[in-house]
Design a protein around this ligand. Structure first.
Ligand code: WTA
Length: 642
């Protein structure tokens, strides 16, 4: 990735921006660095409503942190009730379903929906400390379910609707949830994604689940289990539209979101209430420069962290009007998103590099058919954006007029940590630019020592920040080991990066066994475990392979058990198997059958070599620890035979 050109903010943009120039940005950073307690206390007072104030801004006993200790607040209250006086009639959600159905929910209407659903949950005995799984399509009721849980202090875990029954089951069990909120299905490319069927399959292994609430979305046939399953509309019938928000401890668990780690078992990342809310609300202004009249659209699914922080909690807490779209960008045609931008006069648009590359490939004629003049700011998240895609996004979608905020963050960080403040920071295509105030990002070597500018190293964050994860659900040891042991006491991101002479950060990708496919995190081990559950597979090794659109694609090396023959039929079956075990987004691009996998003498699979094979088709690295050199030459030459 090289530096192409510099894009300073336009004077018109800066003139109206929350942070109008570099001096203002530096002043914020300086204050946050020198007086973190004062700084964050001021932000918390300004951006969040508290029922009771804290007695300590934060307590840091590495690796554990608490923010706004002793304070009481409620995320649902902050996203709804506090807006009633000023914004009751303001649209909170502009919803468009894939089939073309449309709904507008004002803040007052959303408040009523949330209260009714919360009252129904309360009547059924759910209260603070309980856990709920939300497995829903992208419809306003998924937001209602999240905010109703938050209102009562029920910790929610949203499972992306693209995940399989197996993945859902593992999450229900790990969280020990008694409540599952789902739907008959949702729409994707004109087809029904049958969520209740998958939920039924998962629930067969979850005897602890007491209630399953099912929203009717598609009208498809579903099986309802007597005594356990209920339709959403029956469940909330008669519930009162007013339900006071529980004053919850600032450290009350708001949600758990499962993400891929370096082992086969997903990690339940825990986020709490007060610090999270403070940080995501602040970054709506710092990064998205949100104003009262903006129409904000984040295309992420609520099942990912971007959907949590920048489709639900951040924008609603900040009082924004949000567009929410259920379906695919290419349905019925490749201009669906641009049609939506034009229809709702979207001003801020936030999406992923994968989507941008896919749209770019379809040509300029699609966006040209629509009036995109309402756009004033564009955003990118989830993976590095290559300069060519950046330039296209800037020129063809933003008409050269809109700054692009390339936002670096993670499920674990809760909110955006490195990104430009668009009115202040000149942009460099491909760089996430500079850290937010209070974020002490650094590039270091193995020992935690800063490396010189321009040198690659590990990206770490030196100090705690309000929206950081608190632990891994049920596994504090893994939390410490994963994030705070590589360099003791310092948050290890798992990403490699380089900082240039201007202090700009260039994110280079993961240094662990985590792949990034279409901006979705996937662990190589997760796919390997799925593969070896198939009766034909003896061993499997999985690596990410560079891919033009999705960034990386899943490439699997597989050895077969006695009696099984490699072939196209089996390769197809294995790809389908992984999709069924994890979810369609994990479907491997390629299955390569091999007689043996390269291993060290101690028996560890050398993924590094496999990665080299799929990227360069040759092996140059150190192979002295390799057990059987012959395997490598055979694997590397296999490509030429393909
Ligand atoms: C990658 C998504 C480069 C990175 C919010 C990180 C990025 C992982 C960017 C987290 C970006 C995210 N530039 N890489 N702007 N944003 N990443 O947990 O490798 O799904 O560690 O959170 O995505 O993925 P996650």
């Amino acid at each position: 990735m090289q530096e192409l050109s510099l894009y300073p903010p336009s004077p018109e943009f800066s003139a109206r921006a929350h942070v109008p120039d570099l001096d203002a940005y530096q002043a914020l950073r300086r204050r946050a660095a020198e007086h973190p307690e004062e700084f964050w206390a001021e932000m918390a007072e300004k951006e969040v409503h508290w029922f009771e104030k804290w007695h300590h801004v934060f307590e840091w006993h590495p690796p554990f942190v608490k923010w706004f200790v002793g304070a009481k607040t409620n995320a649902s209250y902050n996203c709804l009730d506090r807006h009633m006086a000023r914004r009751g009639a303001k649209p909170a959600i502009l919803f468009e379903g894939e089939p073309g159905d449309r709904r507008v929910l004002t803040y007052a209407e959303l408040h009523q929906h949330v209260c009714r659903f919360a009252n129904a949950l309360k009547a059924r005995g759910y209260r603070a400390g309980d856990r709920a799984i939300i497995y829903m399509p992208m419809v306003p009721e998924s937001v209602v379910a999240m905010l109703a849980c938050a209102r009562l202090g029920i910790t929610h875990s949203v499972v992306f609707g693209g995940f399989s029954a197996e993945a859902l089951k593992a999450r229900i069990q790990d969280l020990d949830a008694h409540l599952v909120i789902t739907a008959d299905g949702g729409w994707r490319r004109g087809r029904e994604v049958r969520l209740k069927d998958a939920a039924d399959e998962a629930l067969a292994g979850c005897p602890g689940v007491r209630d399953v609430i099912v929203l009717r979305r598609t009208g498809g046939q579903v099986r309802m289990q007597e005594g356990r399953d209920q339709w959403w509309h029956d469940f909330e019938a008669g519930a009162a539209p007013d339900c006071p928000a529980e004053p919850l401890d600032a450290e009350h668990p708001l949600f758990v979101l499962y993400t891929s780690g370096t082992t086969g078992k997903p990690k339940g990342i825990l986020h709490t209430t007060g610090g999270y809310l403070t940080y995501v609300t602040c970054t709506m202004k710092w990064v998205f420069d949100l104003k009262e009249d903006d129409i904000y659209w984040c295309t992420a699914d609520i099942g990912w962290v971007t959907g949590h922080s920048y489709l639900v909690y951040g924008p609603l807490s900040a009082g924004a009007t949000c567009v929410m779209y259920e379906g695919a960008p290419d349905y019925p045609a490749w201009d669906r998103w641009w049609e939506i931008v034009a229809r709702y006069r979207v001003t801020i648009f936030y999406t992923s590099p994968t989507a941008i590359r896919a749209l770019l490939k379809q040509g300029d004629a699609w966006p040209a058919k629509h009036d995109l003049s309402s756009l004033r700011l564009l955003g990118s998240v989830g993976e590095p954006i290559n300069p060519a895609a950046w330039e296209w996004y800037h020129r063809v979608i933003g008409h050269g007029r809109c700054p692009i905020v390339d936002t670096w963050w993670q499920t674990e960080t809760g909110g955006i940590l490195i990104a430009p403040m668009p009115g202040a920071v000149p942009l460099k295509p491909g760089s996430a630019t500079l850290p937010m105030p209070g974020i002490e990002a650094e590039v270091v070597d193995f020992h935690g020592n800063p490396v010189p500018d321009g040198t690659e190293g590990f990206l770490v964050i030196r100090r705690p920040w309000p929206s950081m994860l608190r632990t891994i659900w049920g596994d504090p040891q893994r939390y410490e080991q994963q994030y705070f042991s590589r360099i003791p006491g310092i948050y290890f991101t798992g990403d490699a990066a380089r900082r240039d002479a201007d202090g700009y950060f260039w994110i280079l990708g993961r240094v662990d066994d985590v792949m990034n496919v279409s901006g979705h995190r996937l662990s190589t081990m997760e796919v390997e475990s799925a593969l070896v559950r198939h009766p034909a597979v003896a061993e499997a090794a999985v690596v990410g392979k560079p891919h033009e659109i999705t960034g990386q694609a899943v490439c699997c090396f597989v050895t077969l058990k006695q009696g099984y023959e490699p072939g196209d039929g089996l390769a197809k079956e294995l790809r389908q198997w992984v999709a069924h075990e994890i979810g369609a987004f994990a479907r491997p691009e390629e299955i390569r059958f091999t007689e043996a996998l390269p291993k060290t003498r101690s028996g560890k699979i050398m993924r590094r070599l496999l990665r080299e094979i799929v990227t360069s088709h040759t092996v140059t690295g150190d192979v002295t620890t390799l057990e059987d050199m012959g395997v490598i030459t055979r694997l590397a030459s296999q490509h030429d035979e393909d």
